[in-house]
Ligand binder design. Structure first.
Ligand code: DC
Length: 228
């Protein structure tokens, strides 16, 4: 029997990674954070002195890049030319780089195989912006996670504060609006729910309720498909 894939898409701060990680742990699936892959390309661009919106520069960089996903325990780490860059790709600057480079069709094409191979090898819960629409159109379950932008910004602000990254709520909210706008309105694989995605609004749910809602969806779909 083939592997079962869960595609989770939605805007920044909707809780995709937290929920996907928790559900993957509960189900014994591999969690794949595709945003981290785009962030790694962004990091490589920054390191090479290329501006975030320099599409020709970033495209020229791609053939020489070596990007790998590896796992330490159940935590995903990103390797750039063999170096673990996971700690460097989470800053607001790298969010901005990632959002810019992810709008470039050459970057999306370059990363496609890597993402599909993960789903061919393992049962995955993969999160991103275009997983259900483009990367895994045959995923066993597609979920579009969402919440109001103010709630998402408040969560992201707290997350950054916990990591010791100093920003104000207003800054986070402004950046999130800009990213929402760019991720949703770009030509290449814009953020949108797949037609067959289940919409899950986590705005009024606690973390535990959100995780349970996601697990319920996965278990229901797997038992419909005779997978459990
Ligand atoms: O999920 P994240 O914040 O780590 O994603 C960083 C950026 O990468 C985000 O602005 C959108 C982009 N992205 C994408 O275009 N497609 C994906 N599958 C994942 C992320």
């Amino acid at each position: 029997m083939g592997n079962f894939s869960v595609a989770i898409d939605g805007p920044a701060g909707a809780g995709k990674s937290t929920l996907a990680k928790a559900a993957a742990r509960a189900m014994g699936f591999i969690y794949v954070d595709t945003g981290a892959i785009y962030r790694t390309v962004g990091f490589a661009a920054k390191r090479a002195g290329i501006a975030p919106d320099d599409a020709a520069g970033v495209t020229a960089l791609l053939p020489g890049l070596s990007i790998d996903i590896t796992y330490i325990g159940d935590t995903q780490h990103m390797l750039l030319d063999g170096e673990d860059v996971s700690d460097w790709i989470r800053t607001p600057e790298m969010s901005d780089y990632a959002s810019n480079v992810s709008a470039m069709p050459a970057v999306r094409a370059y990363l496609m195989d890597m993402q599909r191979q993960m789903a061919e090898r393992y049962n995955v819960i993969m999160d991103g912006r275009d997983i259900g629409t483009v990367v895994l159109p045959n995923a066993g379950l597609k979920v579009f996670l969402t919440a109001a932008v103010e709630k998402r910004a408040a969560r992201r602000h707290l997350e950054l504060a916990e990591k010791g990254i100093n920003t104000t709520f207003e800054e986070v909210l402004r950046d999130m609006r800009i990213r929402d706008e760019r991720d949703s309105n770009r030509e290449a694989a814009p953020l949108r729910a797949a037609e067959d995605a289940v919409i899950l609004d986590t705005g009024d749910l606690t973390l535990e309720e959100s995780i349970q809602a996601l697990l319920d969806l996965i278990q229901a779909r797997m038992s419909e498909g005779g997978m459990v």
